[in-house]
Design a protein around this ligand. Structure first.
Ligand SMILES: *Cc1c(COP(=O)(O)O)cnc(C)c1O
Length: 359
């Protein structure tokens, strides 16, 4: 691979050579006989990852496109958006931009959304859908998805829409068993693929809802997606290069062992949190720290821009700044995808050196 800066962002993350090579394969026609073979092979592997026999759509779009589509397809009118950071707030804005009535269940940035808060908010109104970001990539908080899904069982008319963009393939998620209706992820985070493709589990309930709502959109119409999915195809021309990459990456995941992949992410999270607590502090509420990234509270007034500059110029590493209003107040290590605890130890060593620790 050519010399380049290694990406320790919480997405896009570093992409391996085998995946980049897979991406450069010759094109096939998306209506030809080879395509459904590739498509079905990928979907089967994703079903293993997500512990489901249900529908999985492969959408050529960044994740935001499917965040928008899930609101359009699953909510006729009213949406409750649980927010705790920049991405969850954006989902509320997306729903508003699509003409939905949106109520926001807002918790302070850095805190997690608790099941009882979701229960209380849902009991107060009649909602078509709840939007929840599993792993808030701005604050480094991982919301208790499985616990929240227990509460959702009390609200069978509410479609449960989950953005798992920065957690799927890094931590265990079982959308079908947990009663999730849409569970989506862009491939540039824990899948460690180039950006531009989104994977989404879509429940039968979500599809029924989509068949009833008005103006569910044209580009990402779930009903159309299901029709084509039956044939092993996508409604429009997909990024076939991304599908090659995903096919290859899923094989690499199976080879590592999916539970091992999750353990590797957990080990990196623990290493990263220990470093953060030793030198700074964590931005996330205790007990709800993300497993795939660490948002470090810059409680020392360290010049983060200069740290990032040193890492780039000396070690050819690009690491995450604080997101939006958290710039300089925090910085973020994205320990996701194909990175290993040994790689992370090396990175933390470079950070120690740049910050003058351990001297
Ligand atoms: C990165 C990210 C997004 C946005 O993804 P795009 O692929 O840029 O549209 C949405 N939600 C979360 C939680 C993310 O981390």
């Amino acid at each position: 691979m050519t010399e380049h800066d290694r990406l320790w962002y919480p997405g896009p993350t570093e992409v391996s050579e085998p995946v980049l090579r897979a991406m450069s394969g010759a094109m096939i026609g998306h209506r030809g006989s080879d395509f459904p073979v590739l498509y079905k092979r990928i979907v089967e592997k994703l079903r293993t990852l997500l512990e489901t026999k249900g529908r999985i759509f492969l959408v050529t779009s960044s994740a935001t496109g499917v965040m928008e589509a899930s609101v359009r397809n699953c909510a006729a009118k009213r949406v409750l958006s649980a927010t705790c950071g920049a991405f969850s707030e954006r989902w509320a804005e997306i729903a508003k931009a699509n003409g939905k009535e949106v109520d926001v269940l807002a918790v302070e940035w850095g805190k997690a959304i608790k099941p009882e808060q979701v229960d209380a908010a849902l009991s107060k109104g009649k909602y078509d859908a709840l939007t929840l970001v599993h792993n808030e990539t701005s604050t480094g908080v991982m919301n208790p998805l499985e616990e929240i899904s227990q509460v959702m069982r009390k609200y069978p008319d509410v479609c449960f829409l989950v953005d798992a963009v920065s957690s799927m393939a890094g931590v265990r998620i079982a959308p079908e068993a947990w009663g999730i209706d849409v569970c989506l992820a862009g491939t540039q985070k824990c899948f460690a693929l180039p950006p531009g493709l989104t994977v989404a589990y879509v429940s039968e309930k979500a599809l029924r809802r989509a068949s009833e709502v008005q103006n569910r959109g044209a580009y990402i119409d779930f009903v159309e997606y299901a029709k084509f999915d039956d044939k092993g195809q996508t409604p429009t021309t997909p990024s076939i290069s991304h599908l090659y990459a995903l096919d290859a990456q899923m094989d690499r995941m199976v080879k590592e062992g999916i539970p091992n992949r999750f353990k590797r992410h957990q080990a990196m999270a623990e290493r990263s949190r220990a470093w953060a607590k030793e030198h700074f502090d964590l931005y996330a509420e205790r007990g709800y720290e993300s497993v795939t990234l660490t948002t470090i509270l810059n409680n020392k007034g360290t010049d983060i821009a200069s740290l990032l500059k040193t890492l780039k110029s000396k070690h050819h590493v690009s690491m995450g700044d604080g997101y939006g209003k958290l710039k300089e107040k925090t910085f973020r290590i994205g320990h996701m995808g194909d990175w290993t605890p040994a790689d992370l130890t090396q990175l933390l060593g470079w950070m120690d050196e740049a910050l003058g620790f351990g001297k």
